[in-house]
Design a protein around this ligand. Structure first.
Ligand SMILES: [Zn+2]
Length: 280
């Protein structure tokens, strides 16, 4: 038996009607050179003629990212290969939720692709409030604006995180670092919660810093590997200093924490990270 159709209105506990039995999702596509992609809704759809994001109902069993990508393709002809999901935020109404997926475009072309959209346009983020926006998008925009163009980089102190759990890692430091790398690759696909905003998930760029007997660990899709020739801490500080994005450093080393926090980075405790990795 097929699941109930996603394409229905839901009477929400907030008092409004919302579209999508399993919630809805939209794609906030950001092109640093052109701005953000907005869509003017056709006159006949709910909240017609207003500007919002390409998006729609999440299908049964579909992730919010998949739904946002599918809708962006159906409505604005943007192929999934033309962007990279960077973060997502959820507005949760209890029996209905809306997920906005922020993605970085890499030369993506957009055009009106079905009858639900009247026009698609790249808009300078500063000009967005001047458009007649859909009620919910207008309410969400101030919070989304801060994350337009933002990325998260997770720098992992390999030796410190491996050493945080007495599981016999000292017998095979290379193998232990490889296992950590493979778990981090899984994390790159699933994302990490924003330490300051529980409703925000990031798909971070992950940099694993290795040293000593683990320094020949090779990279894998989703995880870059940087080897320290001598001092791992100094290499981590160097990597953090090179980043323009927001940086999260996974370490429990007190002196290293002080050095990277001085560069503006935030700290993720190895215990918190490993709990998250174990849950994948
Ligand atoms: Zn609601």
């Amino acid at each position: 038996m097929s699941p109930p159709s996603a394409s229905v209105f839901v009477r929400c506990s907030c008092g409004h009607l919302h579209w999508g039995r399993y919630g809805a999702a939209g794609l906030l596509l950001v092109d640093p050179a052109r701005g953000v992609l907005l869509q003017r809704r056709a006159w006949w759809v709910h909240h017609g003629r207003t500007w919002a994001l390409p998006g729609g109902a999440i299908e049964a069993g579909e992730t919010a990212v998949k739904a946002a990508a599918r809708e962006a393709f159906e409505e604005a002809s943007v192929p999934a290969e033309a962007f990279r999901a960077v973060s997502a935020s959820v507005v949760d109404h209890g029996n209905w939720s809306y997920t906005t997926v922020l993605a970085l475009a890499d030369g993506a072309e957009a055009r009106v692709a079905n009858t639900e959209s009247a026009e698609v346009r790249w808009v300078d983020p500063d000009d967005v409030p001047g458009y007649p926006l859909h009620r919910d998008f207008a309410a969400a925009w101030p919070g989304l604006r801060d994350r337009v163009g933002q990325e998260l980089v997770l720098v992992v102190d390999g030796a410190n995180v491996v050493g945080s759990r007495p599981d016999g890692w000292w017998r095979d430091r290379h193998g232990a670092a490889e296992r950590l790398r493979d778990q981090l690759a899984e994390l790159a696909r699933h994302g990490v919660a924003d330490p300051d905003h529980a409703t925000v998930t990031w798909w971070p760029r992950i940099i694993l810093v290795v040293e000593g007997k683990a320094k020949h660990v090779t990279p894998t899709p989703g995880v870059e590997v940087v080897a320290a020739d001598t001092d791992g801490d100094s290499k981590i500080v160097e990597v953090v200093a090179q980043q323009k994005a927001r940086v999260l450093v996974a370490t429990a080393d007190r002196e290293l924490k002080r050095r990277v926090e001085a560069l503006g980075a935030s700290i993720l405790g190895p215990g918190t990270l490993r709990t998250r990795l174990d849950a994948l």
